[in-house]
Design a protein around this ligand. Structure first.
Ligand SMILES: [Ca+2]
Length: 375
C-alpha cells in the first residue's frame, strides 16, 4: 500500500474507533468547595426517595416504611397513613415514590416497596391517591399493580420508577435480589428494566411483547442493582446501577439490549475473583461510563432549571459510598463526570424543583432533606 494512503487509513481508524471506550470516573476527587448553599428542611429515619409536588412541597419515603408530606415554608412533616406493611431490613423496605403524570388532576402517586409474604419478599409496584385535608394525609384506593414473583430472599431490589416523556408509560427497575444469574434469565423479572402501562401491565411494543410472562414486560436485561432511572430532555433514558467491586455503571437504556450482568463487568467479584471485561463480549452493551473504585450510585435526576445555568442538561447522581453528588455531562450518547461535590453523608436521592433548586436526601439516621440553591 502507498505510504500516504496507509497513513490516511491509519488516521481514519484511530479517529473513528468501532466502540468508544467508556470513561472510568472512579478516581475523580470530590471537592468541598460547593457552589451551593444547603438548607436543611427536615430530618428522617433512613429516608429513601423524594418526589416534588411543587417548588415548596414534596413527598418523602423512609426505608422502614413511612411516607411524609413536607412543606419547606413551615410545619412538621405530615405522615401519610395507609401505607402497606413492608419487608424492612438491609437494602429492603419502602422504596420509591413518584407522582402520576396526571397528578394535578388525579392526585395519584406510585410507590415501590419490598412486600413480605410466603416464601420471602419481592418488589411491588402500587398506586393510590394522596388525599389531604386539614393538616392530615392518607392514601386512598390503594392497589398493587405489579409484583415480582416468585418471592424469595436477598437485597438489591431496584425499584425505581420513571415515566415516559409523554406520560403514557411507566419504566421500572428490578434488581437481581443478589441472585446474579437471574439477570440473564429471560423468564424472570429480576435484573431487568420493565416497560409497563400506567396500570402495571406489559406495554404494547415491547421487544418481546408476544412472548408473554416476564418477557413481555422486559425492555432491557442484564442489570444488577439499578437505583437511578431518568429521561434526559432529548428523550433518551439513562440508568445508573451498582456493580460488584469496582463495576458501577451509567447506562444509556435502549430497547432489547443486554447490559451484561453477571457475564461481564468492569468490576470483579467481592471475593476478588475476576469477571470478564465488557470488550471481550461485544454482544453486551457497554456502559456510557463506569466507576472503579465505586461511588455506589443511587438517585439520578437531569438538571433543566435556571438557578444553576452551567448545569443545564447534566445528570445529577447521588453517591452513597463516596458521600457525594456527581454532575455528569451528557452529550447525546456520551457521558463524562465533570464535578463531584463532597456532601459529608450518603446521598440517596436527587430531584430538581420547578424553581431550579436541587433537592437531595441523605441515607442516614437522621438523614437530612436538603434544598440546594446558589451561594
Ligand atoms: Ca453492564
Amino acid at each position: 500500500m502507498h505510504a500516504l494512503l496507509r497513513s490516511t487509513v491509519l488516521a481514519v481508524l484511530i479517529a473513528t474507533p468501532a466502540f468508544a471506550a467508556p470513561e472510568n470516573a472512579g478516581t475523580i476527587k470530590a471537592t468541598s468547595k460547593l457552589p451551593f448553599q444547603a438548607q436543611t428542611v427536615a430530618r428522617f429515619n433512613l429516608p429513601w426517595a423524594i418526589a416534588l409536588i411543587d417548588a415548596d412541597r414534596l413527598l418523602v419515603t423512609t426505608k422502614p416504611g413511612k411516607l411524609f408530606v413536607v412543606d419547606r415554608r413551615g410545619g412538621d412533616p405530615i405522615e401519610v397513613t395507609g401505607v402497606p406493611d413492608v419487608a424492612y431490613g438491609g437494602q429492603n423496605g419502602l422504596l420509591d415514590v413518584a407522582l402520576a403524570p396526571d397528578f394535578p388532576n388525579s392526585r395519584r402517586i406510585y410507590l415501590t416497596y419490598v412486600e413480605p409474604g410466603e416464601g420471602g419478599s419481592s418488589l411491588a409496584l402500587a398506586r393510590a391517591t394522596l388525599d389531604e385535608a386539614e393538616g392530615k394525609a392518607q392514601l386512598g384506593g390503594f392497589e398493587v399493580l405489579w409484583r415480582q414473583l416468585p418471592k424469595g430472599k436477598g437485597g438489591q431490589p431496584g425499584g425505581i420508577i420513571a415515566f415516559s416523556p409523554d406520560g403514557q408509560l411507566l419504566f421500572l427497575t428490578v434488581g437481581d435480589r443478589m441472585r446474579p444469574a437471574t439477570a440473564q434469565d429471560a423468564d424472570l423479572e429480576l435484573g431487568k428494566v420493565l416497560r409497563l402501562t400506567l396500570d402495571g401491565k406489559p406495554a404494547p411494543g415491547n421487544p418481546w411483547a408476544d412472548d408473554g410472562g416476564a418477557r413481555a414486560e422486559t425492555w432491557t436485561l442484564g442489570h444488577r442493582n439499578p437505583y437511578g432511572l431518568a429521561f434526559a430532555s432529548d428523550g433518551r433514558l439513562w440508568l445508573n446501577e451498582m456493580g460488584p467491586k469496582g463495576g458501577d455503571e451509567l447506562n444509556l437504556i435502549e430497547p432489547g439490549k443486554n447490559y451484561g450482568w453477571p457475564e461481564v463487568s468492569y468490576g470483579d467479584n467481592y471475593d476478588g475473583s475476576p469477571i470478564p471485561k465488557p470488550p471481550t463480549r461485544p454482544e453486551f452493551q457497554e456502559p456510557a461510563l463506569y466507576w472503579d473504585p465505586v461511588i455506589a450510585p443511587a438517585g439520578l435526576a437531569f438538571y433543566e432549571g435556571e438557578l444553576f445555568p452551567a448545569w443545564k442538561g447534566s445528570a445529577l447522581i447521588g453517591g452513597l459510598k463516596t458521600q457525594s453528588l456527581s454532575r455528569v455531562t451528557i452529550d447525546g450518547t456520551a457521558a463524562h463526570e465533570d464535578e463531584r461535590f463532597a456532601m459529608g453523608a450518603r446521598i440517596r436521592d436527587v430531584a430538581v424543583a420547578p424553581d431550579g433548586a436541587v433537592w437531595v436526601i441523605e441515607d442516614e439516621n437522621p438523614g437530612r432533606l436538603l434544598r440546594l440553591s446558589p451561594r
